[in-house]
Ligand binder design. Structure first.
Ligand SMILES: CC(C)(COP(=O)(O)OP(=O)(O)OC[C@H]1O[C@@H](n2cnc3c(N)ncnc32)[C@H](O)[C@@H]1OP(=O)(O)O)[C@@H](O)C(=O)NCCC(=O)NCCS
Length: 178
């Protein structure tokens, strides 16, 4: 178990046996973040396909990805998904490290948990000897974009993310470590 400087916060690797809990928080946080700006059909399609038990199970079993839960007093408050090597969603640079998802439940946002998960992911990247950390963030997700900018990330490109039938533009951002 990993602890952070946040008093009541614990960050722990998600075990295969926690698949259903992972799906629950993945779906809830995705819905809370994006439902107001996207159609119900596109949301339903992504929640069913992008966050299916089958897909999450494969991702949990991958040797080049990891999920972590952030717990506040035994309650799951958010989660992190990171990828390296072949599991990176787009860039297979072996010296790179991807933060694919940092999601905090709405009721827990604004109290430093996102920052702690982010700091933790940087430590994981450094432990792996990564040259840089990168991520994709929806162009209209202003909150997350400013969060990453504040943490030193700069934009270096764009890619397309399919949310249901909607082709959306993600801004690619990176932070050089070496
Ligand atoms: C973005 C997110 C991860 C931030 O986590 P959080 O726990 O709410 O943020 P924190 O409380 O740790 O805040 C971290 C820092 O970012 C700053 N911050 C938070 N929201 C911000 C915003 N809208 N604009 C600018 N800075 C912001 C905080 O002021 C804080 O800085 P400080 O330590 O100097 O005060 C969280 O809001 C979230 O889960 N959003 C929905 C999911 C999402 O969009 N994820 C990213 C896409 S993959």
């Amino acid at each position: 178990m990993q602890t952070t400087n946040h008093k009541a916060l614990e960050i722990e690797k998600v075990a295969s046996s926690q698949l259903h809990k992972l799906q629950e928080i993945s779906r809830q946080t995705f819905h809370e973040t994006f439902a107001s700006q996207n159609s119900e059909e596109d949301m339903a399609k992504y929640l069913d396909e992008g966050l299916s038990l089958h897909k999450l199970h494969m991702e949990l079993d991958s040797l080049s990805s990891a999920f972590y839960f952030a717990y506040i007093e035994d309650q799951i408050a958010g989660y992190l998904k990171v990828n390296w090597g072949d599991s990176q969603t787009e860039n297979h640079d072996k010296d790179a490290f991807e933060i694919e998802r940092i999601y905090i439940l709405k009721s827990f946002q604004g109290s430093g948990i996102g920052q702690s998960l982010f700091d933790f992911s940087l430590k994981l990247a450094k432990d792996r000897g990564a040259n840089y950390v990168w991520l994709g963030v929806w162009e209209f997700n202003h909150k997350a974009r400013s969060f990453y900018t504040k943490n030193g990330f700069t934009e270096f490109g764009k890619h397309i993310f399919n949310l249901g039938q909607d082709r959306q533009t993600d801004v690619l951002m990176k932070l050089q470590l070496k």
